[in-house]
Design a protein around this ligand. Sequence first.
Ligand SMILES: NC(=O)C1=CN([C@@H]2O[C@H](COP(=O)(O)OP(=O)(O)OC[C@H]3O[C@@H](n4cnc5c(N)ncnc54)[C@H](OP(=O)(O)O)[C@@H]3O)[C@@H](O)[C@H]2O)C=CC1
Ligand SMILES: [Mg+2]
Length: 344
Amino acid sequence: MAAVFRHLRIILCATKCLPSRCCSGFISRARYMNRLKEDDEACLAALQNGHIFLFHRLSPLLQRTERGTLKPAPLVTSDVQSVLQRLSSDGSLLKRSVLIGCSKQNQALFCLDVGELDQVAVEEQCEGNFMDLRKSLFLLTGAEAHLLAKGKALLRWHQTNRFCSATGQPTHRNQAGSQRVCSSSGIVYYPLMSPVVIVLVSDGKRCLLGRQSSFPRGMYSALAGFCDMGESLEEALCREVAEEVGLELQSISYSSSQHWPFPHSSLMLGCHASVSPAHTQLQVDHTELEDARWFSLEEVTSALKVKTPPSRGDPPILWLPPKQAIAHRLITEWVQSKVQNSEC
Ligand SMILES: NC(=O)C1=CN([C@@H]2O[C@H](COP(=O)(O)OP(=O)(O)OC[C@H]3O[C@@H](n4cnc5c(N)ncnc54)[C@H](OP(=O)(O)O)[C@@H]3O)[C@@H](O)[C@H]2O)C=CC1
Ligand SMILES: [Mg+2]
C-alpha cells in the first residue's frame, strides 16, 4: 500500500463549497445550539417554543404539495402537545424530542418519534402521512431532506443505544439528545456515524460507474465503500477501487461530503480520482457489484437529462442517482469539468 501512495497525487480543495455565511447569524445559531446541548433547562425552554418534526417508527410525517413533491410538516410544540392530549398520551412523550437544528428565525428544531401511538390517528390529527424516508427523500428539497435524514439517524441511534455495552445497565439521554450516559458507570456515548468513501473514477475521457443488484432498474452510481478501522480516506479509496473493479488510482481530489442515513448513519466522503488511460481494464468483483462500466461524456450527459426512472418493459437506459445523493454531485462536477476543458 505504501508504494501506491508514493505515486498518488492528492489534491484537497475543501473550501470550495462553503456557502456564504457572512452576517447571516450563523455563528450565533451555532453557539445557541451548543448551549442547548449542554444546558438541559435551556433546551426544555427552547422546546416549548420550538418546532417539531414528527416520525412514526422512523418514518417522517410529510405532506404532498400541489406540484407533486413532498414537504415535511413541522408542528409548533403547543400543537404537538394538543395532539398528544387528544390521543391520551401522557406529557412525558414530548420530552423525548431530540434537537436537530435551529431555524434562521432562531427557533430550535426537534424531532420526535410517536411510534407508540396509533399511526392513522396521528396522521388524521396532523393532516399528513408518515412515509418511508428512503422512498420520499428524493421528492424533498435540500434543506428539508437534510433535517429529516439527521432526525431519522438520531432517533434510530437513541432507539438502539438504550443500554451500556460495557455494563448492560440503562443509559439516560440529556435533554437535547446529543449524548447518553450509563446510569452505573457514567460512560458517555455520543451518536456515531460510519465513514464511507465514494469516488468517481475517470480515465480522462470516460467515467466509471457501477451497480449493485439491489439498485433500481438501470441505475449506476459512483463506487462506494465503508472505511476499515485505522484507514485514511486515501487508503480506503484505493482499497475499495482495487477490491471492486481491480484498478489502481493515480490521483485523488476531494470534492465534498454528505450525511447519509441509510442503512444506519454514514458520513459520505466524496472524491474524484483518475487512473492511467493505459490501465482501464476492469476486473469486477461480482460478489460486490452486479456490473461496472466506463461511460462516455455523451452517455452521462444524456442520462442527467432523464427525469423519470425506467419502468419494467421500457428499453434499458442509464439512470443516475437523484440530486439529493452525493453521487449525483460528483457526476455533475465531472461533466462540468469536461465541458469547461473542451471550451478552453
Ligand atoms: N449518497 C450516495 O450518493 C450514495 C450512498 N451510498 C451508500 O454508501 C454505503 C456504502 O456503500 P456500499 O457499496 O454498500 O459499501 P461496501 O462496498 O463497503 O459494501 C457494503 C458491505 O460492507 C460491509 N461493511 C463493512 N463495514 C460496514 C459498516 N460499518 N456498516 C455496514 N456495512 C459494512 C457489509 O458487509 P457484510 O454485510 O458482509 O458484513 C456491507 O454489506 C451504503 O450505505 C450506501 O447506501 C452508496 C452510493 C451512493
Ligand atoms: Mg461498494
